[in-house]
Design a protein around this ligand. Structure first.
Ligand code: ATP
Length: 319
């Protein structure tokens, strides 16, 4: 193999740049050429492709976001769009593609692989919802961001005896919410993997307040309920000022933590090593502290990240 491509796709996450850098420098050290594809699968389709050098990835290890840009490009589900993308890759002589992104991006990589074009997936998303890995790049950076927000809200909630509801990202995965609730000392972690009973929550909060709690911090994963409506209900029931804060895209930005930089660098270099060894159609992960790779088709079709029941249970005991 002589030429490879790299792109970032879907929601960005801190550490994607470190992963791109890992791919580029890992490849150059093995005398491969690396092409950067801008704006994810959209750039692949539009032939927005450029040769990268060592210098192209200077000064990015510490930067959040992605220097290659990212895009949502639902048209990539159509076969003829993907055929054009493969044609563009072949035109540049690019023999394999490294895709850095979440489960949606993996679907794109899986489709290309099924069409005979080898791809390697690197898990880059703050949601930690990708099969075949214990951690995705950006998850722990986002976790620190959520914790710092909780700490700040705790200060002011405590001063004002206020109830705080905080909406956390994660799509359909409660990992960020659970870890943040433990590290931030929240009273409740409402996650998509567990049934949600609104009246039970409202009554629980009311009981805590009746028993003399000064304030309450409730974390809710996005897409479960309207947190502003929920705050109105809790305020009506408890008579206590209740405010909802949607952390939103703040969680996706900022400098990656040391862990994410190291993880991303390792995965980037590892992905290139796999391609050199002749592997295609794989997705890389870290499991029990070791880098691993799985069949990307099998991972998407048959593997689900197991819900961290143990962490959830521990959280329940600490509230
Ligand atoms: P995050 O979860 O962090 O937002 P993601 O990678 O899951 O990241 P998506 O928007 O779901 O984000 O997917 C990114 C892109 O992958 C899509 O915009 C689309 O171009 C491509 N993609 C998603 N699903 C498919 C599919 N079924 N077939 C082909 N391509 C897909």
């Amino acid at each position: 193999i002589k030429k490879i491509g790299v792109l970032t796709s879907g929601g960005d996450s801190p550490g994607m740049n470190a992963a791109i850098r890992g791919v580029v420098r890992g490849a150059l050290s093995e005398n491969l050429e690396v092409y950067g594809i801008y704006d994810g699968y959209q750039g692949l389709y539009e032939d927005n492709i450029e040769l990268l050098t060592r210098r192209s990835v200077s000064d990015v290890i510490n930067r959040g976001g992605t220097m290659l840009g990212s895009a949502r490009f639902p048209q990539f589900k159509e076969e003829e769009i993907r055929l054009k993308a493969i044609e563009n890759l072949k035109k540049h002589g690019i023999e394999a593609l490294v895709v850095i992104g979440g489960d949606g991006s993996y679907m794109g990589a899986k489709c290309l692989t099924e069409m005979g074009y080898p791809c390697i997936g690197i898990p880059g998303t703050i949601d930690n919802d990708v099969p075949g890995t214990d951690y995705t790049i950006g998850f722990l950076t986002a976790l620190n961001c959520v914790i710092s927000a909780i700490d700040r809200l705790r200060d002011t909630s405590s001063s004002h005896r206020r109830i705080s509801i905080i909406e956390v990202m994660g799509r359909h995965c409660g990992d960020l919410t659970i870890a943040a609730s433990i590290a931030g000392g929240a009273e409740y972690a409402i996650v998509p993997e567990k049934p949600y009973d609104e009246s039970e929550l409202v009554e629980g909060v009311a009981e805590g307040i009746a028993n003399g709690k000064k304030h309450s911090i409730i974390l809710v994963t996005e897409h479960i309920t309207d947190v502003h409506e929920l705050s109105k209900k809790i305020e009506a029931r408890t008579g206590r000022e209740t405010r909802a804060t949607v952390l939103g895209h703040v969680q996706r930005g900022g400098a990656p933590t040391a862990f994410d930089r190291v993880l991303a660098s390792r995965m980037g270099v590892y992905a290139v090593d796999l391609l050199i060894q002749g592997f295609g159609g794989r997705c890389v992960g870290i499991q029990k502290d070791e880098l691993v790779h799985h069949d990307i088709i099998d991972a998407i079709e048959n593997k689900r990240r197991p819900f961290n029941e143990e962490l959830y249970r521990i959280g329940q005991k600490l509230f």
